[in-house]
Design a protein around this ligand. Structure first.
Ligand SMILES: [Zn+2]
Length: 166
């Protein structure tokens, strides 16, 4: 799982580090809000606060902090409920299907060996995908203003009428 998170961090850093460059200019009243829902979801997926992108979101596997230490965002209105589990199961199924087909057709393991490997791998995958799925779902709930969340002010709304031509 640690290896999975490290790999995910590297991929996401490559994709979205430009979005997090506002770190130096940030202060608690003005967190570096994500530019898009996708960036918010990526921050949540990495286990970072979707609002400021800095502090950790989960002290434990599936329990988010009540408030962000850095930007103060309240995470108590989140209601991810069972949705992260559904997402983790769907992803695990799609990853496992070709592996199962390969193992059954191309390996000479006994049925019990195949079964033990498949179940073990499925459990590891679900365990590894649950927290990223929950982080992304909470981030999207927050970004869209669902449940008790107040819809955050979008960066583009902050820049509106400074310049008449653009
Ligand atoms: Zn934050």
């Amino acid at each position: 799982m640690a290896g999975f998170e490290t790999l995910l961090d590297r991929i996401v850093d490559d994709i979205s580090e430009d979005g997090a460059k506002g770190k130096e200019t940030k202060h608690p009243a003005a967190p570096a809000l994500p530019k898009t829902a996708f960036q918010a979801a990526l921050r949540g997926m990495r286990g970072h606060c979707p609002s400021c992108g800095e502090s950790r979101m989960f002290p434990r596997l599936l329990k988010p902090f009540a408030h962000c230490d850095i930007c103060g965002q309240d995470w108590t209105p989140q209601q991810a409920d069972d949705f992260p589990a559904y997402v983790a199961i769907i992803l695990t199924g799609h990853i496992m299907a070709p592996i199962i087909i390969f193992m059954v057709n191309k390996t000479d393991f006994s049925m019990w060996t195949n079964l033990a490997i498949m179940i073990g791998l499925a459990l590891v995958l679900i365990g590894a995908l649950l927290q990223p799925a929950k982080g992304a779902i909470i981030a999207l709930q927050w970004w869209m203003g669902l449940n008790g969340f107040v819809k955050p002010v979008r960066p583009e709304e902050l820049l509106v009428p400074n310049d008449g031509n653009t």
